[in-house]
Design a protein. Structure first.
Length: 117
């Protein structure tokens, strides 16, 4: 069993309201996307390690187990909750999530240096 001392506690899914809202769908999509990003980042880190023994080390296994508990399981739960929602609500939530994501990216994008754009 991996040493989980100092690890973040497992993410607790937020229970949906009796009548879920577009905001609930956005929250589920955020959880699902975060799990996907975190797994991709960890796999990239593992793949970039030139030493094959470190790729399969106990530390790597421990990080993957922690990721499973803190991100992947909540991400899978979010996906299952999304799949159970009515199609119209899912579509409305996806549209809102996409708008927020684009807004977040454009706000975070660096501004070009004058004379280079």
């Amino acid at each position: 069993m991996p040493d989980t001392r100092g690890a973040a506690p497992p993410a607790t899914p937020t229970p949906l309201r009796i009548k879920p809202t577009v905001g609930d769908v956005v929250d589920l999509l955020d959880r699902y996307a975060a799990a996907d990003r975190e797994l991709a980042d960890e796999l990239d880190r593992i793949g970039a390690d030139p030493c094959s023994s470190r790729r399969v080390s106990q530390a790597t296994v421990s990080r993957l187990m922690s990721l499973l508990e803190t991100s992947l399981v909540p991400g899978v739960q979010a996906k299952a909750e999304l799949d159970a929602l009515p199609r119209g609500l899912r579509r409305a939530g996806i549209a809102e999530w996409a708008r927020r994501s684009v807004r977040h990216v454009t706000q975070a994008a660096p501004h070009p240096i004058e004379g280079t754009a």
